[in-house]
Design a binder for this molecule. Structure first.
Ligand code: SAM
Length: 239
């Protein structure tokens, strides 16, 4: 996807990028590739691929599930790596208040530099495992939306993400394949953590024509205090 195709495709989804936003994506691309030579950030580095598989892909929830992204919402992105999906979302929606949690400190360093270079205010990068951050009062049950892309299967991911969502908030998982089986396997975890499965929305990624799914889970009750369990346990013994 060329930059022009990116701008056009977003336009068709009702998003008109300003010059400033177009430049921010351009800068993001350059910083990503530059820093990727020093620290491992992504296997995707060709410009058309970054625009399609990182930038466009990260933005899909904004039109696939628009009602959840309320004005000035607080959003926590678990395992954002080089900033996906939350940084592209922040460029398009500067009103969102973003907190990123990642266990790799080098990526946190990159994200802090990125936010500064792109002049993004309201982006906080927290170094830590979601299992620990989810037990920290400063972050537990604080967010309107919790997102995660390419971090773990839904049963594991629910334990990492749902404790961070407010009661009445949403956990939104971005999946690069049909997730029917994952959803079935995560039913028990979702209920145990005080949430309800809300909806599964599918759309094709253009050009590649591969499936993308957004899974929306609503937090209806407080998560029991013992979750998330200690680091590593959610993956080793999924609920
Ligand atoms: N979300 C990004 C994307 O879609 O490009 C990055 C995906 S990368 C495959 C997974 C990221 O999750 C890594 O940056 C890793 O450090 C982070 N991660 C994995 N488990 C984690 C945990 N328990 N707590 C915090 N971060 C975690």
């Amino acid at each position: 996807m060329t930059v022009e195709e990116f701008i056009q495709a977003l336009n068709e989804k009702g998003i008109q990028l300003t010059e400033q936003q177009i430049n921010q994506f351009e800068q993001y691309y350059h910083l990503l590739v530059e820093w990727n030579n020093k620290i491992n950030l992504t296997a995707i580095t060709e410009k058309p691929d970054v625009y399609l598989k990182h930038f466009y892909d990260s933005l899909m929830p904004l039109w696939m599930a628009p009602d959840y992204f309320k004005q000035n919402a607080t959003l926590c992105d678990v395992g954002a790596g080089a900033g996906f999906p939350s940084i592209p979302m922040k460029i398009v929606r500067p009103d969102l208040d973003i907190t990123i949690v990642d266990s790799l400190n080098k990526r946190i360093t990159f994200l802090n530099l990125l936010a500064e270079e792109l002049n993004l205010t309201g982006v906080k990068a927290v170094h830590g495992r979601a299992e620990e951050v989810g037990q920290d009062k400063a972050h537990r049950e604080q967010f309107d939306i919790v997102t995660a892309r390419a971090v773990a299967a839904l049963n594991v991911l629910s334990e990492l993400c749902l404790p961070l969502a407010k009661k009445g908030g949403y956990f939104i998982a971005l999946k690069a394949q049909r997730a029917d089986e994952e959803i079935v396997k995560a039913k028990k975890a979702i209920a145990t953590l005080g949430a309800k499965f809300e909806e599964q929305i599918s759309e094709m990624l253009p050009i590649e024509d591969s499936e993308r799914e957004i899974l929306v889970i609503r937090k209806t009750l407080e998560t029991p205090k013992k979750y998330p369990r200690r680091p590593g346990k959610p993956a080793k013994q999924p609920l």
